[in-house]
Design a protein around this ligand. Structure first.
Ligand SMILES: C[S@@+](CC[C@H](N)C(=O)[O-])C[C@H]1O[C@@H](n2cnc3c(N)ncnc32)[C@H](O)[C@@H]1O
Ligand SMILES: [Zn+2]
Length: 571
């Protein structure tokens, strides 16, 4: 597998629910096809996240095991994969609609400026703590964005004073539950990704809080457990969209999304109509109904099993999900899995435990969550997990991963972090468990925007796939650190080779992306390792400007890069 695979977008099963750093199914599929050979072989992902690898393995007729320390990852994976009759979904949706649509929609009533009819707004915008404008689609007069009127303020006051129909009991108490979990660790320190808001309920206007609470209460009343689970999943997929973390965007005045991987404070935010969000989550283009209809065509009769033994016996295709810390996993025998493909947490960039907490709080699956925050592999200064601890934890995890894989089989580790030191930690922790290093394949980003190319950090930089193999018999290789002089020499030689092969000047990003595959191959062949926290390559290259390299202005207007790197002797 040397070739980069073009990105074709996420298929409908993966777009139902937001997740951070979701893999691209098409690329994963190519790797599974390449490294496993027949139906029924077992593919494992020990950091399965939202379950893309599991879905793709099943699609190819393989058996799959997904492991993740976070119960919310397991919840998302299970509901992404399990088939449920779309006819039953439709029936239940109609029943929910008949029960609560009027009450919830009533919370968002506004008056059309043209015809004067009272209709539900699609959203309101707020500036700081003031209701600002209303955005609605009148069946007669079409879309409109206007300043709020006294009608809208009065409606909001009614809600705040508990005097609106359908939500409060005779003593004025809310009839429904909503989560109030703090955005703090058990020891009292604030989440790393917390800004102004202190707990889950603070992320909402009171209107959206009670709308969500009523919707959730109705969903919990669904009798059949699989159907209930599916609707809880649709519910979970919209709770962030109903929050205050959704900025007003001039380009898309009727919708918004949770654009930052943090509990950020957004002063000018959208308050979206919860009923309409729910309708979209179930019946919309990216909704549950459509995804389950498509799933029937993509993966037939998929079955979840409860143990490894059952998986071995099972008829195709089936999967096993384990909500466990990979390091402590005891349920999978040694030398038992045919292929491992995984995407471990990358340094500090995405705080999975903290961010998935929002969804877990609403669907109430946060039992034992302090242990999850403690054991998750991550860099987080508030939890005293620095780069060295991160390397240690990754090392323990890969020790386990190594033992589970069959001999002479492959382990592919994908990585979206563009920082050399994080990639290097990953390489070091894997290689020191006994794996043989085969190669690195770099997949450029799919639709790289001009902006993403300019950003030094972010997951838009494309994906690295590291390929390792478990040997037939243990080979004890001893690795030594490379000296900084030698590393400098290697880097400049490789960069000159890359530029010569390209035959044209390149932006720094592209140089760096092409460097890794050569650098690591050379290191491995010489039994050398980069230091724990190596100097960024750019610093090394700067030293050679004027001697071996030159930096020139980019004259192309359609390119986001100002500078390009080239050989000082371009001939
Ligand atoms: C980068 S994400 C995986 C994303 C996934 N590839 C996808 O497409 O959605 C990394 C995952 O590792 C999980 N994780 C972190 N520490 C873990 C541990 N000790 N054991 C198992 N899973 C862990 C996190 O909960 C997170 O879901
Ligand atoms: Zn109208």
């Amino acid at each position: 597998m040397d070739q980069a695979v073009p990105f074709h977008g996420h298929s409908s099963m993966y777009v139902m629910h937001k997740f951070f750093g979701r893999n691209q199914g098409r690329i994963i599929q190519e790797y599974i096809k390449y490294y496993t050979h027949k139906e029924g072989e077992i593919v494992l992902d020990p950091f399965c996240g939202s379950g893309v690898t599991i879905g793709e393995a099943l699609h190819l007729g393989r058996k799959a095991i997904g492991i993740d320390i976070n119960p919310i990852s397991i919840f998302v994976t299970r509901n992404t994969l399990l088939y449920i009759s779309h006819m039953r979904l439709l029936e239940e949706f109609k029943a929910i609609e008949a029960d609560i649509k009027v009450d919830i929609s009533n919370l968002y009533s506004t008056q059309c400026l043209k015809c004067g009819n009272v209709i539900p707004a699609t959203c309101f915008s707020w500036q700081e703590s003031k209701l600002f404008d209303r955005r609605y689609v009148c069946p007669q007069d079409g879309k409109s964005v206007e300043k709020v009127k006294s009608f809208d303020r009065d409606r909001y006051n009614e809600i705040n004073n508990h005097s609106i129909n359908g939500f409060f009991n005779s003593t004025g108490l809310l009839n429904y539950w909503f989560p109030e979990n703090p955005l703090y660790y058990s020891g009292g320190k604030a989440f790393l990704k917390k800004e102004r808001y202190d707990n889950i309920s603070d992320l909402y206007t009171y209107r959206n809080l009670i709308a969500l609470a009523k919707l959730l209460d109705r969903i919990k009343k669904i009798h059949e457990s699989d159907l209930r689970e599916s609707f809880l999943f649709a519910f979970s997929s919209l709770v962030h969209l109903a929050s205050k973390m959704t900025p007003v965007r001039p380009s898309r005045p009727f919708s918004s999304s949770w654009i930052q991987p943090s509990y950020w404070y957004c002063p000018n935010y959208m308050e979206s109509n919860v009923w309409q969000l729910f309708e979209r989550a179930v019946m919309g283009k990216q909704g549950l109904y459509r995804a389950k209809k498509d799933l029937k065509l993509k993966i037939k009769h998929v079955k979840e099993v409860d143990s490894f033994e059952e998986l071995q016996e099972a008829t195709l295709p089936s999967f096993l999900l384990l909500n466990s810390n990979i390091t402590q996993l005891e349920l999978i025998p040694q030398n038992s899995v045919d292929f491992i493909i995984t995407d471990p947490p990358y340094g500090h960039s995405i705080q999975y435990g903290e961010l998935l907490y929002l969804w877990g709080a609403w669907i109430n699956i946060l039992e034992g969550y302090n242990d999850i925050l403690r054991n998750e592999i991550i860099v987080n200064s508030r939890q005293n997990k620095d780069l060295a601890i991160y390397e240690h934890l990754l090392g323990q995890a890969f020790h386990k991963i190594y033992s589970i894989l069959k001999r002479e089989k492959y382990c592919t580790v994908t990585f979206q972090n563009p920082s050399l030191s994080i990639r290097n930690i990953l390489y070091r922790s894997v290689i020191q468990t006994g794996f043989l290093f085969e190669r690195i394949v770099y997949h450029p980003p799919a639709r790289a925007s001009a902006k993403s190319l300019l950003q030094p950090v972010g997951s838009q930089q494309g994906d690295y796939f590291f390929i390792f193999k478990k040997p037939l018999t243990e080979v004890k290789r001893i690795y030594h650190p490379i000296t900084s002089e030698e590393l400098e020499e290697w880097i400049i030689e490789i960069v000159k080779d890359i530029l010569t092969a390209e035959g044209k000047p390149l932006p720094y990003n592209q140089l760096q992306n092409q460097l890794d595959p050569f650098l690591y191959k050379k290191l491995y062949e010489s039994n050398l390792l980069l230091a724990f926290n190596p100097k960024e390559v750019k610093k090394t290259l700067m030293k050679f400007i004027g001697t071996e390299l030159s930096v020139i202005d980019n004259t192309r207007k359609d390119s986001p890069y100002e500078k390009l790197w080239w050989l000082s002797d371009g001939s």
